[in-house]
Design a protein around this ligand. Structure first.
Ligand code: SF4
Ligand code: SF4
Ligand code: SF4
Length: 317
């Protein structure tokens, strides 16, 4: 009953107030403008060093446990029923691909180095694109990019419509049904949950700590730092080992740079791919495409209002 009253009051008066507040702070077409790369933090991953111990995967779960979904069951029936239920709540221990309860996993690739069969292991998670389509094209303003380049999905605002996963070249975000704002606003009509992915431990970074996966790694596979510094390090390392770089230019540039002793085409052929198992193919700059630029300019003001409305609703609950 409490929820019904609060929803009615919200729809009657609060919506207009929140929309008004939001309209006064909309950044125009800023969503279509490329962010300031100099302020972004980048992680460099030296694939040669990774021993596949998964200490990073465990650390990620431990530290981010409180951010994981706690869905209500039974799930409301969806109309249209083509919006699939995605329920990982009984499979929280799955850690061989990305799920709402597993934001980092280790991929395996059997390759040949200097004539010897070698297994390489590759930690995979969100790439934190410099100009992220998941953020720029989220119609509800639930996905955001921080000044330091972190992209994160606000689970208080996300309706789980999965636009972010569709536009992400690696299809990183994963949905959990039965949780989030859609249950209060339109439980049968839209969304169907909340999308989850690595948020680069944004709260730890804000407190002056490094992301948990970096801290836990016994082999110092990852290095984090300002973009220009890390790009230089990546090139120096690639020159030193006669290696290859992935992420500097993919999707117009990402804030995750891999350096590998073998070409990424070979790694991409050798890894398992599929749902929650991202590829390592070359990726063109998605946000440079005219239709996405136009969509971002269209979505920006609507997303600004939707995000403010979502926050206002949460406060009135
Ligand atoms: S890799 Fe995908 S989810 Fe991550 S920032 Fe880029 S577009 Fe968004
Ligand atoms: S940066 Fe944080 S959230 Fe992302 S994979 Fe590492 S530990 Fe997990
Ligand atoms: S903790 Fe380090 S060495 Fe172990 S799997 Fe993760 S990145 Fe690789």
């Amino acid at each position: 009953m409490g929820q019904q009253i609060s929803r009615r009051l919200f729809l009657k008066g609060g919506l207009a107030t929140a929309a008004g507040l939001a309209a006064s702070s909309i950044p125009g077409t800023a969503a279509a403008v490329k962010p300031d790369e100099a302020k972004q933090l980048v992680t460099l991953l030296d694939i040669r060093k990774c021993i596949g111990c998964e200490a990073c995967v465990e650390a990620c779960s431990e530290v981010n446990f409180g951010k994981y979904p706690d869905p209500q069951k039974p799930f409301p029936k969806m109309y249209p029923d083509r919006v699939p239920v995605e329920d990982w709540s009984e499979k929280k221990d799955v850690n061989d691909h990305l799920t709402p309860y597993n934001w980092l996993f280790v991929q395996h690739a059997e390759v040949e180095i200097d004539g010897e069969e070698t297994e390489l292991t590759i930690p995979r998670r969100c790439m934190h694109c410099v100009n992220p389509p998941c953020v720029k094209l989220c119609p509800w303003g639930a996905a955001k990019q921080l000044e330091n380049g972190i992209s994160r999905i606000d689970s208080d605002i996300c309706l789980g419509g999965s636009k972010c996963r569709k536009v992400c070249p690696w299809h990183i975000p994963q949905r959990q049904t039965g949780t989030g704002l859609y249950l209060d606003l339109m439980p049968s009509m839209a969304g169907n949950g909340v999308m989850y992915k690595c948020d680069r431990c944004y709260n730890r970074l804000a407190d002056g700590e490094v992301p948990a996966c970096i801290e836990a790694c016994p082999e110092d596979v990852q290095t984090i730092g300002p973009r220009d510094e890390i790009i230089k390090k990546a090139h120096a390392l690639a020159d030193e080992i006669n290696g290859y770089i992935y992420g500097e230019n993919e999707n117009g540039g990402t804030n995750t740079i891999y350096v590998s002793p073998v070409p990424f085409e070979e790694l991409n052929k050798a890894i398992e791919k599929g749902k929650g198992k991202p590829h390592l193919k070359p990726v063109e700059d998605t946000m440079a495409q005219a239709n996405n630029l136009a969509a971002a300019m269209f979505v920006a003001p609507i997303a600004g209002i939707a995000a403010a409305v979502g926050k206002f609703y949460k406060r009135t609950k």
